[in-house]
Design a binder for this molecule. Structure first.
Ligand SMILES: [Zn+2]
Length: 279
């Protein structure tokens, strides 16, 4: 109702307005960090699933259901709104901040001498792997651990999940994507992948065909080597911001291939870990 030039707002209207305001504020201030985004996580899980040994696949299917590795790949992000695993948020399981200008040995060191601040992705993966090795039975815990392992292995090779702390992993680096406001983190989590317009199964098949020649090399590399290479990739992504002309197509042409290679690396690494755990 509008009376005598003043708003006379009913209780339910007030409530609706506060909910709306709250939602707007949440959208403005929330700093999302969803790893590869739904499609990316499914691509990684699909390729990993395709590369499991028969024995590993059988055991993984037993725990997560037929093809469950793929269907549950995003559970690690969805669970953020639940309080079953509050530590996955409070302890920063989904990312690991790495400062600019680190030496290769310092970066490699972060895998075992976990940095005290800025995410706990490496520590989380290590302890989940140990937990998985100890719990092979079909328990709820083993199911949860396996879902987390799948999800976090993908996050581990997502460039903006091992980025700089002062810009919240690229969340504070503003960008325009086809004229719309976004940020560097979001571009690498979802926009680049979605720009190709493939379904996750099409994309998984394409990546496996396109980058098959790298397979042996990736499988033979150590975690430290892969981490250092990923770190350098993240640094070049940051540096590119300074010379980029703002053209979205230009951005896609430059970074599509490195992004697809990261997805492939994450997938093969996940398959290797699962094949080892379920041999
Ligand atoms: Zn995540």
């Amino acid at each position: 109702m509008y009376l005598c030039g003043k708003f006379n707002v009913s209780y339910s209207m007030k409530r609706t307005i506060s909910i709306l305001l709250l939602s707007v504020l949440t959208v403005v201030y929330a700093v999302p960090a969803f790893g590869w985004g739904q499609e990316g996580h499914r691509i990684v899980a699909q390729i990993a699933y395709d590369n499991l040994t028969r024995k590993a696949r059988k055991q993984v299917d037993k725990l997560l259901g037929d093809h469950g590795l793929i269907y549950w790949a995003n559970w690690g992000d969805e669970i953020k709104s639940d309080n079953i695993y509050p530590q996955s948020i409070s302890d920063g399981w989904h990312f690991q901040d790495l400062d600019p200008g680190m030496s290769d040995s310092l970066v490699a060191d972060a895998l075992t001498h976990y940095p005290k601040e800025g995410g706990n992705l490496y520590r989380a993966l290590d302890s989940l792997e140990l937990e998985m090795a100890a719990e092979r039975a079909s328990t709820i815990n083993a199911v949860h651990v396996l879902r987390f392992l799948t999800h976090l292995h993908a996050d581990r090779y997502c460039p903006m999940h091992m980025a700089h702390k002062d810009d919240k992993g690229g969340n504070l680096v503003k960008m325009k994507w086809f004229g719309k406001d976004t940020n560097l983190h979001n571009v690498w989590d979802t926009r680049l992948i979605e720009s190709q317009g493939y379904s996750y199964t099409e994309y998984a098949a394409m990546i496996q065909r396109e980058y098959k020649y790298m397979r042996r090399e990736i499988e033979q590399k150590t975690d430290e080597q892969l981490l250092v290479e990923s770190y350098h990739l993240t640094q070049s992504i940051y540096q590119y911001q300074e010379i980029w002309n703002g053209n979205t197509y230009q951005y896609i042409y430059t970074w599509r291939e490195p992004m697809e290679k990261q997805l492939y690396i994450a997938s093969l690494r996940l398959a290797q870990v699962l094949n080892r755990l379920f041999k």
